[in-house]
Design a protein around this ligand. Sequence first.
Ligand SMILES: Nc1ncnc2c1ncn2[C@@H]1O[C@H](COP(=O)(O)OP(=O)(O)OP(=O)(O)O)[C@@H](O)[C@H]1O
Length: 303
Amino acid sequence: MTDRRLEIDAISKRYGETVALREMTFDVRAGELFGFVGSNGAGKTTTMRIALGVLAADAGSVRWAGQPVTLETRRLIGYMPEERGLYPKMKVGEQLTYLARLHGLPAATARRSADAWAERLGVAGRRDDEVQKLSLGNQQRVQLAAALVHDPEILVLDEPFSGLDPVAVDVMSEVLREKAAQGVPVVFSSHQLDLVQRLCDRVGIVRAGRMVACGTVDELRAGGSVRLVVDAPQAPPGWADALPGVRRLEHTGTRTELELGDGADDQAVLRAALTTGPVHEFARRRPSLTELFRSVVTEEAAK
Ligand SMILES: Nc1ncnc2c1ncn2[C@@H]1O[C@H](COP(=O)(O)OP(=O)(O)OP(=O)(O)O)[C@@H](O)[C@H]1O
C-alpha cells in the first residue's frame, strides 16, 4: 500500500536578506488533521505556498506518497490561500463549477460537486450572486468549497477559520474531520489555538522559519512543565516564592498558580501551603496549547 503522506523535508527559503524558512521539516499523514501554528511571520504561508508549488524553495523537497511533488500531483491538492483567490465578479455557482472543470472534472460532475459543496457549506442560496457581494465569512465558505470541489487527495488550508462565526467554525471543523476520516491528510494554519487543540491529531509549532515542537497535543502538553493550582484562603500572595524550583504564575483571590521547574517538590509546596492555614484545592495540571505556545515562542526568542 502506498504511504499517502505529505512530507515537507528540510525546506529553506530566503526573500533577499530575510530568512523565511530554515530547514522546515514535518509530515502530514493520511487521515490526519495537522495544525500548523506560529507567530505572525513565522513562515507558515511560505511553507504552504512551497508545498503547493506556487513558490520555489531554495533547498529541501516536498514529497507526496514518497515521490517528489510534480505539477501532476499538485492538481491533487485542495488549497485555500491566505490572500483568498476567488474571482470577485464571477457568480458563486459558476466559479465553483469552473474551478472543478479546471481540475479536470467532466461538466456534469463539476456542476454536481459545486452544488453539493455550496449546499454543505451553507452558501447554496447565494449561488447566483457575485462573490464580491458576499460577506467576508461567506466568501470564506465559498473559498473552502473551492478547495474541496475537485475532490482533492490532500488539503492545505491557510487560516481557514479566521473571521468565521461560531456556526461556520463548526461546519468547517466537521468538514475537515470528515475529509481526514476519508484518509485525506489535512494541514491548516491557525492562530485559534483552542480550536487547534480541540480539532487536531498533531500540531507543529513554528518559530522563525523552524519547526520547534511537533507532536500530538497530549505529547506536547506532557513535555511542558507541571503546574499546580493551590487554593489556600489564608495564604499571602508570595507564600510560595521562596520554594526551590517554584515559580508563581498567578495569584488571584485565594488561588495561586505555580509552575514547577527542576528540583521542585510538590509535597514541599503542599506542606508550605498548609502552614498558612487550610488548603481547599491542590491540583496538578498540564499547560494548554496556548500556554505551551507562549512558552515555546518566548523561550526561543530569548535564545
Ligand atoms: N513576498 C515576500 N517578500 C519578502 N519577504 C516576504 C515575502 N513573503 C513573506 N516574507 C517574509 O517571510 C517571513 C515568513 O512570512 P510568512 O507569510 O510565511 O509567515 P506566516 O507564518 O504565514 O505569518 P502570518 O501568521 O502573519 O500569516 C516573514 O518574515 C515575511 O516578512
